[in-house]
Design a protein around this ligand. Structure first.
Ligand SMILES: [Zn+2]
Length: 113
């Protein structure tokens, strides 16, 4: 893999966006969607409430595939294999301080080194 470690801001991709919108629709309490990209290519998403609590079921899927990969079926998409994770905020997004607070609670201190 020749992926460069650039410090770009993580944003939802088009296909993720569609998933995110679906989750938002079904989660009236959600103020953001946690998006976890796993090393294997599968995705894990869940809505989060203003208190940083889960506001929906965790949804797992794999792009252009009928189901998630064997590995994910085994370990349920372990957070150990997280490649990238971020929160997609529902507009209007909460204050920056609140965003930090929730991110910390939900994702923890991610790989920012
Ligand atoms: Zn997988």
């Amino acid at each position: 893999m020749k992926e460069k470690k650039t410090k770009k801001i993580l944003q939802a991709e088009k296909r993720e966006q569609a998933m995110i919108e679906g989750i938002i629709e079904g989660s009236p309490d959600g103020i953001g969607i946690v998006v976890v990209r796993l090393e294997c290519g599968c995705r894990k998403m869940a809505a989060v409430s203003k208190d940083g609590d889960p506001a929906s079921e965790i949804i797992m899927y794999r792009d252009q595939a009928e189901s998630i990969c064997e590995k994910c079926k085994e370990d349920n998409g372990s957070f150990m294999r997280t490649k990238e994770s971020f929160i997609h905020w529902v507009e209007p997004a909460p204050s920056e301080e609140k965003q930090k607070e929730i991110s910390l609670k939900v994702i923890g201190s991610t790989t920012s080194h």
